[in-house]
Design a protein around this ligand. Structure first.
Ligand SMILES: Cc1cc2nc3c(=O)[nH]c(=O)nc-3n(C[C@H](O)[C@H](O)[C@H](O)COP(=O)(O)O)c2cc1C
Ligand code: SF4
Length: 424
C-alpha cells in the first residue's frame, strides 16, 4: 500500500505556517494548474479522484461542485471548520499547522466556481486557529493570491474568517449558513440544498476543511496519483484522530484502506496500560460502536466501515478499553447531544433529553427492565423524522450500545447500581 502523505507531508518543517516557507514546498502551485485546466478540467479531475467529503457524509466533492456551475451569481463558498463532533480534532490540526494549504484549496475552488467570497466558519473555541488563519490570509493577500485580479485572471477573491459561538449544530451546513447570515444557528429544511439556496439565499458550496485541503494535491498531481494512495472509490488519505484509551493519542495521516487494528496497536501505540480492547467508535461520537471482532479485518475507508454497520464519519476513532462502563460512556455522549439539540423538532427536542434521562436512571441504579426497550423505541421515533441529522447522531450510538452491550444495561438494572463504579 502506498503511504504518501498529502496533508501532513511538510507540517514538521519549521515555520511551515508562514507563506515564505510554504512557497518553498510547492505552495500555491496548484492555482496556475487549475487555471490551465479550466472549470471543466478541475471538476472532472476532482470527480475522477473520487475525493469524498471529509465532514462526515462522504459525498463526492467533484459532483457537489458540478451542482453549482449553471447557477446564478453571486455564489458563495463556506468552509466548515466548526469541528464539534466529540472525538474529532483533525481540522484544527490543518488550520494550526498548514493554514495555507486550506487557503490554496479555497482559491482553487473560488476560481473554478467563479466565487468571489469565501467564508471560513470556524468553531468559536478555536481562537488560536482563527488568529493563525487571519494572519495567513493577510500573507496570501500580500502575495496577490487573495484580493483583486488573482493570478491576472481578472477575478477577485475575498476570504472571511467567521467565528461561531460554540454550538455543535452550527456544523450542520444549513445551520452554518444561517449563522453566517447572522440568524439563529438552526438547521433549515432541505431541499432546497445549499447549492441552490445557500448563504444570503444564493448558490453556495459547503465543504469541510480537510476536503478542501486535499484539492491542491489532486489538481497538481492528477486524479490517478490520488487514487493510487487509497483503495477503489476511496481515494487519498484520511487524517485519523485517535483518542480514548490508547498510549499515543493524536492525529495520524493514514492511507484510505489502512488496517484498523494496526492504526490502534501500532500507530497509536496500543490500548492504554495493556488493557484489552472493549469497543471502538470509528468516526466521531455519532457513529455506531464496533466490537473488537468487528474491526479484526476492517480497513479505514468509507465503504468498509459502512459494510461493518457503522460509518467513517469525521475520522475520529475513540478507543474504549475493558472495564469501561458502556452505560456511563453512552450517558456522556447523550448529555452532549441533549445539550446541543437546537429544539426545532419535537422528536429531537423531547427525545434526546428523554433517552439521556433514562440512561442516567439506569446508570444510577434506578432503572426498570422496560427502560431498555423504551430507549430503542424513542430512537426509532427520532430517526429520519427531524430537520437535520442531529437526532440520528444521538440515536445511532444509543441503539448500537444497547444492541452490543445489552447485558451491561441489564446488569445495572438487576444489581441496582453500576457494576463498574470505581473502575471508570
Ligand atoms: C449535527 C451536525 C453537525 C455537523 N458538524 C459538522 C462539522 O463540524 N464539520 C463538518 O465539516 N461537517 C459537519 N456536518 C456535516 C455538514 O452538514 C456537511 O455535510 C459538510 O460540511 C459537507 O462538507 P464535505 O462534503 O466536504 O464533507 C455536520 C452535520 C450535522 C448533521
Ligand atoms: S434534529 Fe434537533 S438539532 Fe436538528 S433541527 Fe431538529 S431539533 Fe434542531
Amino acid at each position: 500500500m502506498k503511504t504518501e502523505k498529502i496533508l501532513t507531508k511538510y507540517t514538521h518543517i519549521k515555520d511551515y505556517r508562514n507563506i515564505e516557507t510554504y512557497l518553498k514546498y510547492d505552495g500555491y502551485k496548484s492555482i496556475q494548474k487549475a487555471i490551465e485546466l479550466g472549470q471543466k478540467g478541475v471538476i472532472d479531475t476532482l470527480t475522477a479522484s473520487q475525493l469524498r467529503g471529509r465532514g462526515g457524509a462522504g459525498f463526492s466533492t467533484g459532483m457537489k461542485w458540478s451542482f453549482i456551475i449553471n447557477k446564478p451569481f453571486p455564489r458563495y463558498l463556506a468552509i466548515n471548520a466548526d469541528e464539534g463532533e466529540p472525538g474529532t480534532f483533525k481540522d484544527r490540526f490543518i488550520m494550526r499547522n498548514s493554514p495555507h494549504l486550506l487557503i490554496e484549496g479555497i482559491i482553487v475552488a473560488c476560481l473554478t466556481l467563479e466565487i468571489e467570497t469565501a467564508y471560513i466558519y470556524i468553531r468559536g473555541e478555536f481562537i488560536e486557529e482563527a488568529n493563525i488563519l487571519e494572519k495567513a490570509i493577510e500573507e496570501a493577500k500580500s502575495k496577490g493570491f487573495v484580493g483583486k485580479n488573482i493570478a491576472k485572471t481578472g477575478k477577485n477573491i475575498n476570504i472571511w474568517v467567521h467565528r461561531g459561538a460554540g454550538a455543535y449544530v452550527c456544523g450542520e451546513e444549513t445551520a452554518l449558513i444561517n449563522s453566517i447570515e447572522g440568524k439563529k444557528g438552526q438547521p433549515r429544511l432541505k431541499p432546497p440544498f445549499p447549492a441552490e439556496v445557500g448563504v444570503f439565499g444564493k448558490p453556495t458550496i459547503v465543504n469541510n476543511v480537510e476536503t478542501i485541503a486535499n484539492v491542491p494535491y489532486i489538481i497538481l498531481n492528477g486524479a490517478d496519483k490520488f487514487l493510487e494512495i487509497g483503495v477503489p472509490k476511496n481515494g487519498g488519505t484520511r487524517l485519523i484522530g485517535i483518542s480514548g484509551h490508547v498510549n499515543q493519542p493524536g492525529i495520524y495521516e493514514l492511507p484510505m484502506g489502512f488496517s484498523f487494528k494496526e492504526a490502534i496497536y501500532s500507530v497509536a501505540g496500543g490500548v492504554l496500560n495493556n488493557r484489552k480492547l472493549k469497543a471502538v467508535i470509528p468516526g466521531g461520537s455519532s457513529t455506531p460502536v464496533l466490537l473488537p471482532e468487528e474491526i479484526e479485518n476492517l480497513t479505514l475507508d468509507f465503504d468498509s466501515i459502512q459494510s461493518a454497520g457503522s460509518m467513517m464519519g469525521s475520522g475520529g476513532v475513540i478507543v474504549i478499553a475493558e472495564d469501561t462502563c458502556m452505560v456511563k460512556t453512552l450517558l456522556t455522549l447523550e448529555e452532549f447531544y441533549a445539550h446541543e439539540s437546537c429544539g426545532q423538532c419535537t422528536p429531537c427536542r423531547e427525545g434526546v433529553p428523554w433517552i439521556r434521562d433514562i440512561i442516567a436512571r439506569i446508570e444510577s441504579g434506578h432503572g426498570k427492565e422496560r427502560d431498555i426497550d423504551k430507549i430503542l423505541s424513542i430512537c426509532d421515533n427520532m430517526m429520519g423524522n427531524t430537520i437535520c441529522a442531529l437526532a440520528d447522531a444521538a440515536a445511532m450510538p444509543a441503539k448500537s450500545f444497547i444492541q452490543k452491550f445489552r447485558n451491561e444495561f441489564e446488569d445495572h438494572i438487576k444489581m441496582k447500581k453500576c457494576p463498574f463504579n470505581a473502575k471508570n
